[in-house]
Design a protein around this ligand. Sequence first.
Ligand code: NAP
Length: 458
Amino acid sequence: MSSPLRVAIVGAGPSGFYAAAQLLAVAEPEFSVDLFDRLPTPYGLVRAGVAPDHPKIKSVTKAFDKTARHERFRFFGHVELGTDVTREDLLERYHAVLYSVGTSTDRKLGVPGENLQGSHPATEFVAWYNGHPDHSGLEVDLQAKQAVVVGAGNVAIDVARMLALAPSELGVTDTADHALEVLNASGIEEITILARRGPLQAAFTNPELLEMGELERADLEIVGAELDPLSQKALEDADKTRRRNVEIIQEYAARPKAGKPLTVRFRFLAGPVELLGDEDGHVRAVRIEENEITARGDGSLAAGGTGRFEELPAQLVFRSIGYTGVAVPGVAFDEDRGLIRNDGGRVVGEDGAPLPGEYVAGWIKRGPSGVIGTNKKDAQDTVRKLLEDAAAGALNEPGGEDVEALLAERCEHLVSWEGWEAIDTAEREAGEPQGRPRVKLAEWDALREAAKAGRPVG
Ligand code: NAP
C-alpha cells in the first residue's frame, strides 16, 4: 500500500480530534488525516455543548489546535456527509473512513403533550445558548415563572444553572448574544429538576452538583433526599461519585434558604406522565407520578409508579433525558440503539461482518455517556483496530485521486482551517472590549463571511 495511508474522519468533535492525533502519531505506516465537519467551525460539543460558564473545560481545544497544525492534517469545514459528499465518495478516496459524528438529537419522552409550545429538547436549548447556527432562531419564552427540567444528568444541571445565572455571571461568558438578551430579561423564579429515580441513581457528577450550591441568585430545595430502603442497601457498593452525590444532596436538604430570588428544586422519585396545555397549545403544567424504587431481576434499581399523581405548574419544560444518534445516509445504523452499527469501533454490516475501511468513535459508537476525556480512550480503541487492519492489509482500497477537486465542485462554502482561524479571530476581537472570551457568530452567513478572511483551501 502507498504511504501515507489516507484517513477521512467525519466529525470534528473531541473523538474525531483524538483519533486524528493518534493516527498522526503513528510512525509506520504513516497516515494523513482529513477531518470533515458539517459546520464551518470545529470542536463539536466543546463549542456547541459545554456550558459557556465552563471556560476551563473548553481549553482542551488547545490540544486539538496542535493536531490541526500537523503537516499531514487538513480540515474541511462546512461539508456535510450524505449531502455534499457521500460515503461512497469517501471510500473511493480513502483507505479508511472514521465516523465521529456524535449523537445530535434528543431522546423522546414518549408522553402526551411532549410537543406543546414551551416544551423544548434540552439539546436545542443548549445549542441555542451556545450559538449553534442551526438553532439561533429558537424561541424560548423566558417570561415563564416556572420551569421544569426533566432528567437527572449533567445536561439537566447545565440547563438549570444557565437559567439561574445572574446577568453579571453570564455577561463574562461566550453565551451567544441572542441568548444573553433573552436570559438577562428572564422572569423565571422556580426551576424544578425532575428525577425519576432517587439521589443515589442520579447521573450528576460531583463538581457539577456542588456548583449548584454556589448559585448567586438561587436557593436550593430538595424533595426526596432520603434514601429508600433498597438504595440505602445499595449505597455501600455504589461508586464514589454516586455516594458523594448522596452526601451533597443531603447537605443541600439540610441547608436553610437564604431568601434568594430564585429557587432551584431537585425533585426525586417523580416522572412526567403528561404535559398539559392551555387553550393556546402552550404548556401549563407537568403531570407527574410519584415513583418508588424497585429491584429489577438483575438487581439494578428501577423507578416504579405508585399511582399517586400531581400537577406541577410549568410554563417552560426542558426534556433532558439524553441524546441519540441520527443515521448517516448510507452508513450502517442500529436504529434500536441510535448508533452506527459496530463491533468495538469497526463498522459492521447486518450480518455482523466488518465493512472494510469503516470505523466509528465517540458517542455515535458507544452512546452519549462520559466526559470529554472518555473519548480519548474510546478513540484509541478504534484506532487500534484500524492499525490491526492496516497491518493485515485489510483496509479499504481507494483510487488515487485527492478529495479537493470533488470539494471544489460540490462545496461552494468550503472552510479550511485558516478559514476557521479567521472566524476565531473575528469572534475573539469582538469579545475583547466586552471582557468576554469571544462573541460567537451564530448565523450561517456570518460564519461564511468571516471564514473568507482565511486563506482558501489548497
Ligand atoms: P445522562 O447523564 O444519561 O442523564 C440522563 C438522565 O435522564 C438520567 O437521569 C435518566 O434517568 C433520565 N431519563 C432517561 N429517560 C427518562 C425518562 N423517560 N423519564 C425521566 N427521566 C429519564 O445524559 P445527559 O445529561 O444528556 O448527559 C450526557 C453525557 O454528557 C453524560 O455522560 C454527562 O455526564 C455528560 N456531560 C458532562 C458535563 C460536564 O462534565 N460538565 C456536562 C454536560 C454533559 P435514569 O438514570 O433513571 O435512566
